[in-house]
Write a protein of this length. Structure first.
Length: 228
C-alpha cells in the first residue's frame, strides 16, 4: 500500500475488546461458522478464490480489487455468484478503475466510486458518502481498494466505531483478526483521531444497546487489565 509500513501496536486487550463487542453484536457465532466457505474465499489461503473477508457478517465485506481480466487479481465474474448468494447488493470501489462497473451493475449490483489515493485517508465528503451508502443499503456492501486492506480498512473502521462503539484500537484489532493487514501507517493514527467523531455520530443511530459500552475497556474484560 504505497510502500507504507505498519507501525501500529495492537495490544492483546484491544483484541479482547474487539472480540467482546463482536460477540455482543452477534458478529461471531461458532455454531454456524462455515469452515469450507472460509477456506474457499479467505485470502490467507493460497488457493482461495476472490480474496474476500467478512468484517460485519451480512453487512460489510472487504475484498481485493477485481480486474478486467485475470492479471494478479480476480475478475469480476468470480464474485457474482457468491455476492448473489450472500445478498451483497452494493460494491464500493476506492481505487482507480481496473474494470468496467457495468460488469456488476448489469447483474443488479449497485456500484459506487469513492476514490482517494493509495496509502492516504479519506476526505470528509467520501467518509460521509460511505456511511450513507452502507447504512441505506438493504443487504450487504462489499468494499475494495487495490488490496482491500488500507483504504478499505479506514472506512470500515469508521463504521465499526460509529455503529458498535469500538475504540480505534478495537476496530483495527477486529479487522486484522478478520482480514490480516488491514489499516496501514498514517491510516492508523487517522482512525484514532476520528474515534470521538465516530462515537458522536453513533449517538444518532437506533442500534439497541449501543450506549451500554462506555469509554475504555468493556466491563466484561476489565478484570484482565493489570491492577494499579
Amino acid at each position: 500500500m504505497g510502500g507504507a509500513t505498519g507501525i501500529y501496536t495492537i495490544r492483546l486487550i484491544d483484541c479482547f475488546g474487539g472480540l467482546n463487542k463482536a460477540f455482543y453484536f452477534n458478529m461471531v457465532d461458532f455454531g454456524d461458522f462455515d469452515l469450507t466457505e472460509y477456506e474457499t474465499y479467505e485470502g490467507a489461503n493460497p488457493h482461495a478464490e476472490g480474496d474476500l473477508s467478512w468484517i460485519v457478517p451480512e453487512k460489510l465485506l472487504a475484498f481485493a480489487g477485481p480486474c478486467g481480466e485475470r492479471n494478479g487479481n480476480w475478475p469480476v465474474e468470480v464474485y457474482l455468484g457468491y455476492f448473489k448468494e450472500r445478498n451483497v447488493y452494493t460494491v464500493i470501489r476506492l481505487n482507480k478503475s481496473r474494470y468496467d462497473r457495468t460488469r456488476f451493475t448489469s447483474h443488479g449490483i449497485d456500484h459506487y466510486d469513492l476514490i482517494f489515493p493509495d496509502g492516504s485517508t479519506p476526505p470528509d465528503d467520501i467518509l460521509n458518502d460511505f456511511l450513507e451508502i452502507v447504512e441505506n443499503t438493504e443487504g450487504a456492501t462489499a468494499v475494495h481498494c487495490k488490496a482491500g486492506l488500507g483504504r478499505t480498512g479506514c472506512l470500515i473502521g469508521i463504521y465499526l466505531m460509529k455503529l458498535y462503539r469500538m475504540t480505534a484500537s478495537e476496530a483495527i484489532a477486529w479487522m486484522r483478526i478478520c482480514r490480516p493487514g488491514c489499516v496501514i501507517g498514517q491510516q492508523q493514527t487517522w482512525l484514532e483521531g476520528k474515534q470521538l467523531w465516530a462515537w458522536e455520530q453513533g449517538r444518532h443511530t437506533s442500534r439497541p444497546h449501543l450506549r451500554e459500552f462506555g469509554e475504555g475497556p468493556t466491563t466484561q474484560i476489565r478484570h484482565l487489565l493489570p491492577q494499579k
